[in-house]
Design a protein around this ligand. Sequence first.
Ligand code: PGA
Length: 256
Amino acid sequence: MRIIVEKDYHAMSKKAALMVASQITLKPDSNLGLATGGTPLAMYDKLIEMYREDEVDFSEIQSFNLDEYCGLEADHPNSYHYYMNDNFFNDINIKRKNIHIPNGGAEDFEKECRDYEESIKNARGIDLQILGIGSNGHIGFNEPAENLNVATEVVDLTEETIEANSRYFDSKDEVPKKAISMGMATILKADRIILLASGKEKAEAIKRTVSGKISTQVPASLLQTHPQITILLDQEAASLINKDELSADCHFEICK
Ligand code: PGA
């Protein structure tokens, strides 16, 4: 595990964008696993800027999003389809046919989950997966629990997540209670993973993610088993990390 601490959100986002761009430079037809939420917004802005400057070309990439709310159609302003179009896809040259996001308006969610998992497999897996993290340690919508899902499944959102995400809705009651989420093995099968976290409200979850112990109560802690994982943080998100608790092969780097 490699932990990189950048000065602030802006520097963290810029480094994340450079890592995504270098992945695409190395392999123009990369399969990218993408995340929504507040955290990756500045990374997407930077990638759009790099696209406009001719520094990165998305024409051959395929994208696979982590999750989508059940019950929200693609054109719903709170759907992750809408978010991705609005914050990223409308401003780059990705081909529409190469965009994959679970369908929150599907009639048969079980089938949708199976088909989604199959589409990742058919594309030969994800080369680079971008993740955010919930303040409860979730990744995608894999919420803390005794058992975690292996593959893409319908999940119940926790109260904490509903509360956290209600900031995007008119009221908490409007937040869907269920979502389709890639499973833990779907995520861990990616060749490379970058987890982004910014702000002090993520500090405790990050401390538990990198602590050298694994628990399904902190789904992100399973990332410690991945051979190519980078945890990219700002100083606030890194503030509770105890270096003595990190596993011996963990690389810890503070950028000026
Ligand atoms: P955030 O969400 O980036 O809006 O904090 C991250 C997450 O819940 O996974």
